[in-house]
Write a protein that binds this ligand. Sequence first.
Ligand code: IMP
Ligand code: MG
Length: 333
Amino acid sequence: MPATVVVGGFFGDEGKGKIISYLALKDKPQIVVRGGVGPNAGHTFVLDGQVHKVRMLPSAVLNKECRLMIGAGVVINPEILLNEISRHNVQDRLFIDRQCGVIESSHIDRDKADDLKGRIGTTGSGTGPANSDRALRTLHMASELKELSPYLGDVSNAVNFALDRMEKVLVEGTQGTFLSLYHGSYPYVTSKDVTASAICADIGLGPTRVDDVMLVFKAYVTRVGAGLLQNELSKEEAQKRGWFEVATVTGRERRAAPFNFDLAKRAIMLNGATQLAVTKLDIAFPECAHIRQYDKLSEAAKNFIQQIENATGLKVTVVGTGEDVYDTVDRRS
Ligand code: IMP
Ligand code: MG
C-alpha cells in the first residue's frame, strides 16, 4: 500500500478477483479502482459459501466501506454495469469516470462476427470493436448516457487526491500480461495493453505514485481462446490433475499447462512487479486446501513457492489455498 496495483501474470483467470477481495477486506483501502479492458473479464470471489461474480465493478464489493471506481480507460456495458450496481447494492459508493467508453449492441455484433470470434477467439463482449471506435474517435462516452449520470465522476482526480491525503488505493487490473495488445502473443490478445503501466494509465495514475505492483500467478497456467500455450496438456491430463476449468464470461473450456517460469520472469519484467501472489495452490497440492499459515503448508508446496522465489528473486507474499476469500496465506509484513 498506499497505492498497490494488482495485475495478472499469465493469460487472465489467475484469480485476481479473489486476491483483490481479500486485500480489500484485509487492508481496508479507501478506494478500489478498476482499470483494464471491460466486461470481457469475469472476476469471481467466494465468502462463506456465497459465490460473487463481477464483470464491471471492482472485486471489492464485500468491503462495504470503500469507494468503488472505474477508470476512464475502461469500456462499459451499461446494462451489465447497472445490473451489478443493483445486485451488489453499491449505488452510493460507485463512481465511474466521465470518459469511460460505452459499448453498444453494434460492438457486440461485430465482436461476435466470425472474423474476431473465429480468428482470435474473443469473448464476444464488444470490447475490441468499442476500443477500435475509441481509436477512431467515434465511441460514445459515459457522460453522454443519462442512466449513468448518477455515478459519473472524475476518477483520476479522486484517486490522486486520496493519495495526497495518505489514503490507501488498490488498483485492480484485468486480463493477464500475455493478453496485452502490445506485449502478449499478438494477434491472440485483447484490445489494449493490460500490463501494470497501462492499468495505471486507465485510471490516470502516474508511475511515480505507485508503491507496489503485485503480480498474480496461478499455480498452473490456463488460457481460453486461440494462441500458443507452451507445454499444453491434453484435456484428459488437465482433468486428471484437476486443472480443467471453464471460463466465467463465455463458458468456454480453458486450456491448461504447468507453471511456466520463463513466462513468469518475463511478466515480472513487463510489469515491474515488486511482489507475487500465487493462487490455487490447493489445486496443485490438495493437501494444502484451506490452510492459512505458511508453516502448515506441505513440504512439496513450500518447495514450489521457494522455487518461484529463487527463479524470480521476488517474495510470494500472498498464497491462495481455497475458494473462500480467507483461504489465504498472507506473508506480508
Ligand atoms: P477479447 O478481449 O474479448 O477481445 O478477447 C481476446 C482474447 O483475450 C481471447 O483469447 C479471450 O479469450 C482473451 N480474454 C479476454 N479477457 C479475458 C479474461 O478476462 N480472462 C481470460 N481470457 C480473456
Ligand atoms: Mg476471469
